[in-house]
Design a protein around this ligand. Sequence first.
Ligand code: ATP
Ligand code: MG
Length: 575
Amino acid sequence: MAATTNADPENSELRTPSNFLREIIAEDVSSRKFGDAQIQTRFPPEPNGYLHIGHAKAIFLDFGLADEFGGRTNLRFDDTNPEKEEQEYVDSIQRDVRWLGYDWERLCYASDYFPQLYEWALQLIKNGKAYVDDLSADEIRRYRGTLTEPGKDSPYRNRSVEENLDLFVRMKKGEFPDGSRVLRARIDMVSPNLNLRDPVMYRILHATHHRTGDEWCIYPMYDYAHGQSDSIERVTHSMCTLEFADHQPLYRWYIEQLGIFPSQQIEFDRLNLTYTLLSKRKLLQLVQEGRVRGWDDPRMPTLSGIRRRGFTPEAIRAFVASAGVSRTNGIVDIEMLEHFQRDDLNRRASRAMAVLRPLKLVIDNYPEGQQEFVEVANNPEDPSAGTRQVPFSRELYIEQDDFREVPPPKYYRLSPGREVRLRNAYFVTAQSVAKDAAGNVIEVHCTYDAASRGGNSPDGRKVKSTMHWVSAGHAILAEIRLYDKLFNKISPGDAPEGGSFLDNLNPNSLEVITDAKLEPSLGSAKLEDRYQFERVGYFSLDPDSTAEKLIFNRTLALKDSWAKIEKKAEAYGNS
Ligand code: ATP
Ligand code: MG
């Protein structure tokens, strides 16, 4: 489905194929709409949660487009909701933006502008463009009307400038309780755009802010703070998602009334992904209720979650570039993201052998006590990655799935009398099995052909399968965490009737294997290393690992055609 041409991580100048945002900026540059001002953008997260993969799209556009035009990008925290915001989120957002590969011109906070925003509010009051309203939140809602019904003026709408100034100053001084009054813009109570029906500019909130502490007890609303913050930073192109399109007239109204730098808002489509929830509020709920291990649980669509899972910034950038921008919202297949990640890992991951569900394989005709090293390419896709020496001996581990005492149809791996290749090592033929009291196979005995060293056929005879293995005496024990989709519904935000979105959680999204056997070279794995465990999938070290206990996360499975055949066979009662 996805075009792979953009997936090349060597090509750092990834470009969205068709991009109306770029066209708008190019047009503004050539018409000198902003005179000598440089192109300036901002990425404006609210620090009320961790960034998710949807934010990667906004970051890519905000930083990428400014860069294309020789402009600059600020990271601005939109911190106007003290009750929901925290320093932890401020820190994680900076970490995640950097990890994605971007660096900001200036680090800004809307809260730095509280004094200026307050001055501008006084100016609007003096110009008769704002008033203090004593209606309750409920009453304001009722007075606002609906899409089909005009709004009604508040009885407080025509207060004198003096009275408004006095009340607003006292609001700021803390003389009134929360919710008792608001400051509203005085625009048009019958506008067809509900956002223009005298929107609230300030509310009273006696809350401690993570940066300004108790200095303020009135806080600006998003619409009043955002555009003015853009203007202060001389943002030329304020890109945001489509749900703000209806707010654009209000964005412009404030800037025009104040006569300040004419920042302009442009909207693009939100990134939505199948089987994925991209809402900080709901992700927070998963964290708070312990449904996941934290914001950086590898099943989470947060940047810190997918980073921990082993995803790479190169693949994420290639993916959002290829997903493109549009003026209508759509939904992108999660497989497309996975495709870009596999493509990237296939190129860069070191190959290694790891047996997740071990079964002992004993080579009866291999001398006891003997060991040798076979030479293995670190990455067949990249000869410059070199080779390594992997120990081989009489007792090995293979995957339980790679042996069947009674092979089903189309099963070409090891079974009694069948010859297969041990990758890079030798041809072996299964001879007999040892079982436990319950009748489970616990050991397979085989013979090897010493003339097939390197896994090469000595006489042209062919084998139908090649299997990975780990020498038992050299193996490292490790924990492996296998992840599946966190939700089993294509749009997990939709609650089933009478239920909640939590009912869409996949109960089998995490499987922990505690006794996997790894080849010894994996003992020196570092957090940033990426591996393909041959025939198994892509893996990377989890930060929970210690010197005594290695833990690997499965980033993605390889596409496994056998699993499909097996499923079909099961469906036919053929298991
Ligand atoms: P959420 O609903 O997840 O809380 P938000 O829009 O409230 O998201 P903000 O922190 O306000 O999150 O977003 C910062 C920027 O990222 C905004 O410009 C917003 O438009 C953009 N953004 C948020 N979610 C997405 C998404 N899914 N796709 C593209 N851009 C997004
Ligand atoms: Mg928001």
